[in-house]
Design a protein around this ligand. Sequence first.
Ligand code: URA
Length: 242
Amino acid sequence: MALLRLDKYLADMQIGSRSEVKDLVRKGKVRINGLPAAKADMKINTDSDVVYVDGQPVGYVEMEYYILNKPAGVLSAARDKKAQTVLDLIEDKNRKDLFPVGRLDKDTEGLLLITNDGPLSHELLSPKKHVDKVYYARVQGHMAEREVKAFAEGLYIDEEFTALPSKLDILSYDEKSDTSTIHVTVHEGKFHQVKRMFESVNSEVLYLKRLSMGTLQLDESLKPGEYRNLTEDEVMQLKSRT
Ligand code: URA
């Protein structure tokens, strides 16, 4: 059970700013348990009080968790003045304080968790927690045992960028285009992590897609741009394994 001020309750649910909510209350448009709300700062029990605005029920959602298959071309940010962001893709969100957990480059696709759960995000991103992230990539050149070994030993790129040991699995090699497909499992999330790792073995990432983060897996039924709520099990597993 949580007790919340009415103006925070409605602002969290994107009904309006706190001052707009005050206005709605003054105009008698907000009803609590069938009666007009007395004041914008009155306390609401989020479990038992029934809130209506303009005749529409407004339930309170404390936490939201979405898994998005991020398409290429969309920014991993909450908002941006010009570019479309991953939050713009979540059309039926309730809360206004959602954010993506970590960033994927604009041209990267795949799993992105979107939530307002700050502590969980911290657990997933903290370098100390070593949460596995698995990527699928198509890269330039013929990846072989030499690269697998280099990745397993950890990579030194320059003073600013080193990579901890990681697991490189080679899936295929196409002689015609001289490209390889791979899975790579990393425990870090530095800027351009995977791209820089391949640069260090004189290759280049041509396509990159994140498949998993900790226990959370991208289901193939989600097409790029599609999303769904996490199941309760998925949320519980993420919280317990990190
Ligand atoms: N590594 C990258 O280089 N880019 C991403 O988007 C994610 C991991």
